[in-house]
Design a protein around this ligand. Structure first.
Ligand SMILES: *Cc1c(COP(=O)(O)O)cnc(C)c1O
Length: 420
């Protein structure tokens, strides 16, 4: 049953209530390996379901355009203070609706349409909003894109430097959605300094690892830090922009009134709760366990002959190139889902297949670590993944259904926040 319980929803709208219960059960029964997903705590869920959603509060604490902010102001101040303390930054804005609007605010703050911007290409592991062609950021700005080396699967900082010197971007984004290796923030900072660009560290995927001390921090290197709050940070769907004092007011003006109207106060409250949780010793242990699990899972997959982009992982994420297995990422992901193992198909760098039918799968350990799985379970998980991929190739659905049963049996012993 969903936790906290949803009796009012279930009686007022049985159809929707059943769908919510079904999703809770599905999340309980699946090994969830999508690296951008997690399980938030019941406390975070409760905060998102409060009457704070009823309130309009355009502006910032102490400078609002609506009356009645006696409670909302302290809520937002609490979230801001906790963000500043947790990450050790001068400034935090907790209002961006999600990661993509947060990044859009960065462009609005520091660029004019047509300006040169630089980011990692989407098929190389970057994010759409880092200047990819189909995104507004790629259409309204002159975007130059860097990638990884074909032989190492890693970013070559000399290549990034050469490109930056030749193109002179105003803003440089580092970070992405499919980067299995540690991001060298000091090296990016040196390049940005050399060309006079604002360095933006988009830590959406790794914010929780940074907060927990399991990945180096960009603070002191990147002037601007953009992050979602719902990935490894384990908060509600939302985002934050953090910065040094110099870039603070441009960012604030870009978020409001530049881009958004009223902040989502229920989300702000839940972000505050998540930030409090992320400041605990338990969360530090969690962040390190996420990385230990990813390493163990990567090793077990390599032992079974899987080809990992860059050969392994330093963080929470693994990118597998299935080319040597003779199966595409999409049919593999579909079969794994039937086997109770949820991940996503993904482009690999220099992919020879099409983006909607690429060669790779992307997986990660944030959610299963929240459930309490440890390194001792990773060889078994790799075994299931391997067996399911082989079965997919031969169309053996019975094998997939058998694995799904074994997965359910294992997970019955691991509590899920949000489920009782
Ligand atoms: C997830 C992600 C985003 C976008 O976040 P949304 O909340 O999905 O808009 C931006 N940048 C990076 C690097 C991400 O991983």
């Amino acid at each position: 049953m969903h936790q906290p319980p949803i009796p009012h929803l279930a009686s007022a709208d049985p159809e929707l209530g059943r769908l919510v219960e079904a999703e809770a059960e599905r999340q309980h029964q699946k090994i969830r390996l999508i690296p951008s997903e997690n399980y938030v705590s019941a406390a975070v869920l409760e905060a998102t379901g409060t009457v704070l959603t009823n309130k309009y509060s355009e502006g910032y604490p102490g400078r609002r355009y609506y009356e009645g902010q006696q409670v909302i102001d302290p809520v937002e101040r609490l979230a801001v203070r906790r963000a500043k303390e947790l990450f050790g930054v001068d400034h935090a804005n907790v209002q961006p609706y999600s990661g993509s609007p947060a990044n859009l605010a960065v462009y609005l703050a520091f660029c004019q349409p047509g300006d040169t911007v630089m980011g990692m290409a989407l098929p190389m592991g970057g994010h759409l909003t880092h200047g990819w062609s189909v995104s507004a950021t790629g259409r309204w700005f002159r975007s130059v894109q860097y990638g990884v080396r074909q032989d190492t699967g890693r970013v070559d900082m000399d290549e990034v430097r050469d490109l930056a010197l030749a193109e002179r971007p105003k803003v440089i984004f580092c970070g992405g959605t499919a980067i299995p290796r540690t991001i060298d923030f000091p090296a990016y900072a040196e390049i940005a300094r050399e060309v006079g660009a604002v360095l933006v560290a988009d830590i959406a995927h790794i914010a929780g690892l940074i907060a927990g001390g399991a990945h180096p921090s960009p603070v002191g290197h990147a002037q601007v830090i953009s992050t979602t709050t719902h990935k490894t940070l384990r908060g509600p769907r939302g985002a934050m922009l953090m910065s040094d004092a110099e870039h603070a007011s441009a960012l604030d003006k870009a978020v409001f009134p530049g881009l958004q109207g009223g902040p989502h106060n229920h989300t702000t409250a839940a972000i505050a709760v998540a930030l409090r949780e992320a400041a605990t010793e338990e969360f530090r242990a969690y962040a390190h366990a996420v990385v230990a699990n990813a390493r163990a899972l990567a090793e077990a997959l390599v032992e079974r002959g899987y080809d990992l982009v860059s050969g392994g992982t330093d963080n929470h994420l693994i990118l597998v190139d299935l080319t040597n297995r003779g199966i595409g990422g999409k049919p593999a992901a579909r079969a794994l889902d039937r086997a109770g193992i949820e991940l996503n198909y993904n482009t690999v760098p220099f992919d020879t297949r099409k983006p909607f039918d690429p060669s790779g799968i992307r997986l990660g350990t944030p959610a299963i670590t929240t459930r309490g799985l440890g390194v001792e379970q990773m060889p078994r998980l790799a075994g299931w993944i391997d067996e399911a991929i082989r079965a997919a190739d031969r169309g053996e659905d019975a094998v997939l259904d058998r694995i799904a049963g074994e997965v359910r049996e294992l997970l019955a012993g691991y509590p899920m926040p949000g489920w009782a």
